[in-house]
Ligand binder design. Structure first.
Ligand SMILES: *[C@@H]1O[C@H](CO)[C@@H](O)[C@H](O)[C@H]1NC(C)=O
Length: 434
C-alpha cells in the first residue's frame, strides 16, 4: 500500500469542502492511483447512490480483485482508515470496518460493466471513492456514472442537491427578487432626481440588473439540478451573467473610486491602467471558475485552477483599492490649495468610508465566508451562501445610498464657521496618513 499516495488524496479529500451534487460522469483511463475520490454528497436518512460503471478494462488478468472497488466514507471515518493503514492493521482501505462497501470487483466475473443501487440510511456527508490496492501491477480504465440523491420526505421525489444545499434554489430566487426590486427603486430615484443624475448612476443600474439576472440563473440552475440531476444549459447562462456581473461590479468600484463623472468627467492614465488590468483578470477568473465548477473537487486540474482563481481574485481586489487611495490623496491636496476645506472634507470622509466598506466587503466575502463554509456542518452549507449574499446586498445598498443622485448638493450649503472648523480638521488630518 503506497501510503504517500493515500496521504495526498486524503489531504485533497479534506480540502474539498464543496459538495458537488449532480449526476457525475468520470472517465478513468489507465489509472494506477491507489485512491480515486469521485464525488461528495450530503445524505439524509433516505439517501441513495446509483452507480453505473461500464467499459471496465484491467491491464492484467487473474489477480485477486477483492482489493479493488468502490466504497463510501465520511471524513471522520477516513481519518480512522488512515490511522489503521499507518498502524498496518489493514493493508487496503477496503478492509476497514469504517467504510461502506458499494461494489468490489471480485463480484464482476467476466462482465465489463455493472449497475448497483446502494441504500444509504445514515445521514452524513459521504465521499464516493474508488480504491485500487493492487496499483503496482494494475492500471484501471472505466467510465463511471454516479448519481446520489435523497428522497423527499413527503412526495418521495428524488432530490439531487446535497442535504445542506437543498434550499439553495429558494434562497437564490429570493435574493434575485430583492435585486430586481432594488433596480426598480433605482429607476424611480433616477427619474425623480433626473437633473442631478450622472452617467455612473446608469452604470449602477446595469450592475444591479446583472446581479439580479446572475442570481436568477443560479436559482434556475440549482433547481434543475435538484429535480433532474443536471443543469439543462442554465449553467451556461449562469456563467455568462457571472462574468458580466464580475466585470461590471469591479469596473463600478474602480469608477466610483476615481470619482469618475461626479467629481471629474475623465479618467487619468493610471486609472485607465487599473481597469485594463482588472477586466482581463476577470476574464481569467471566470474561466477558472467555470473549470473549477465543472470538474468538481476531484478533477485532475482542480487544485491548479482553484489556485489560479484565488490568485486572480486577490489581485483584482487589491487593484480596485488603488483608485480610491489616489482619490483620497488628491482630495487632501486639493483641500490644502483651493480653500474649500469643508467641501473637500466631506468628499474625503465619503471616500474614506467607501474605502473601508470595500475592504470589509472583500474580506467578508473572501475570508469569512470561506471559513464559515469550512467549519459549518454539511447540513448547514446554505448558511455561508446566505451570509455572502447578505454581505453583498449590504455593500450594494451602501454604495447606492452614499452615491445616490442628490437634488440638494450639500457641498454648497456651508457657512464660514463650518468652513473654519473643516480647515482645522484637515490640518489634523495631515498628521495621520492613511
Ligand atoms: C444505472 O443503474 C441503475 C440501477 O441498477 C438503473 O436503474 C439505471 O437505469 C442505470 N442507468 C444507466 C444510465 O445505465
Amino acid at each position: 500500500m503506497a501510503v504517500p499516495g493515500a496521504f495526498v488524496s486524503s489531504i485533497l479529500l479534506l480540502l474539498a469542502s464543496a459538495a458537488v451534487a449532480e449526476i457525475q460522469f468520470s472517465e478513468i483511463r489507465s489509472d494506477d492511483r491507489p485512491i480515486i475520490p469521485l464525488d461528495d454528497f450530503g445524505f439524509t436518512h433516505r439517501g441513495w447512490l446509483e452507480l453505473n460503471v461500464s467499459g471496465i478494462a484491467l491491464s492484467k488478468a487473474g489477480l485477486e480483485l477483492g482489493n479493488l472497488g468502490f466504497f463510501l466514507c465520511t471524513r471522520d471515518s477516513w481519518l480512522n482508515v488512515l490511522k489503521e493503514l499507518e498502524e498496518e492493521d489493514i493493508t487496503c482501505a477496503l478492509q476497514s470496518s469504517h467504510v461502506k462497501h458499494v461494489f468490489t470487483f471480485e463480484k464482476l466475473g467476466q462482465r465489463t460493466s455493472f449497475d448497483v443501487e446502494f441504500d444509504q440510511e445514515d445521514a452524513n456527508q459521504y465521499t464516493l471513492i474508488f480504491a485500487n490496492c493492487l496499483q503496482q501491477q494494475l492500471r484501471v480504465s472505466m467510465d463511471v456514472r454516479s448519481a446520489m440523491y435523497n428522497l423527499d420526505g413527503k412526495s418521495g421525489r428524488r432530490d439531487y442537491l446535497s442535504a445542506g444545499k437543498t434550499i439553495l434554489p429558494r434562497v437564490y430566487y429570493l435574493f434575485s427578487l430583492i435585486y430586481f426590486v432594488l433596480a426598480g427603486l433605482w429607476v424611480y430615484v433616477l427619474y425623480k432626481k433626473r437633473l442631478t443624475v450622472f452617467k455612473i448612476h446608469f452604470f449602477m443600474l446595469a450592475v444591479l440588473i446583472m446581479k439580479g439576472l446572475n442570481l436568477l440563473c443560479e436559482a434556475e440552475d440549482k433547481s434543475y439540478i435538484k429535480r433532474t440531476g443536471s443543469a439543462h444549459g442554465w449553467d451556461v447562462l449562469f456563467y455568462i451573467f457571472s462574468f458580466l456581473k464580475g466585470i461590471t461590479l469591479f469596473t463600478l468600484i474602480v469608477l466610483i473610486g476615481t470619482g469618475w463623472s461626479f467629481l471629474k468627467p475623465y479618467l487619468q492614465d493610471k486609472e485607465k491602467k487599473v481597469l485594463m488590468i482588472v477586466i482581463p483578470l476577470q476574464v481569467v477568473a471566470n474561466i477558472a471558475q467555470v473549470v473549477v465548477d465543472e470538474t468538481g473537487p476531484y478533477g485532475q486540474d482542480w487544485v491548479t485552477w482553484k489556485q489560479v482563481f484565488l490568485l486572480v481574485d486577490v489581485v483584482c481586489c487589491c487593484a480596485v483599492l488603488f483608485p480610491i487611495v489616489w482619490s483620497i490623496k488628491n482630495l487632501r491636496e486639493a483641500a490644502r490649495t483651493d480653500g474649500k476645506a469643508a467641501v473637500n472634507l466631506m468628499k474625503l470622509t465619503l471616500f474614506r468610508q467607501y474605502y473601508i466598506v470595500v475592504i470589509c466587503y472583500i474580506y467578508f466575502t473572501r475570508v469569512v465566508v470561506y471559513a464559515l463554509e469550512t467549519i459549518t456542518s454539511y447540513k448547514y452549507l446554505w448558511t455561508s451562501v446566505v451570509a455572502a449574499e447578505l454581505a453583498t446586498l449590504a455593500f450594494y445598498a451602501f454604495t447606492g445610498y452614499k452615491f445616490r443622485p442628490e437634488a440638494h448638493n450639500p457641498y454648497f450649503a456651508i457657512d464660514d464657521e463650518e468652513e473654519e472648523a473643516a480647515a482645522e480638521a484637515l490640518k489634523l488630518e495631515d498628521e495621520f496618513e492613511l
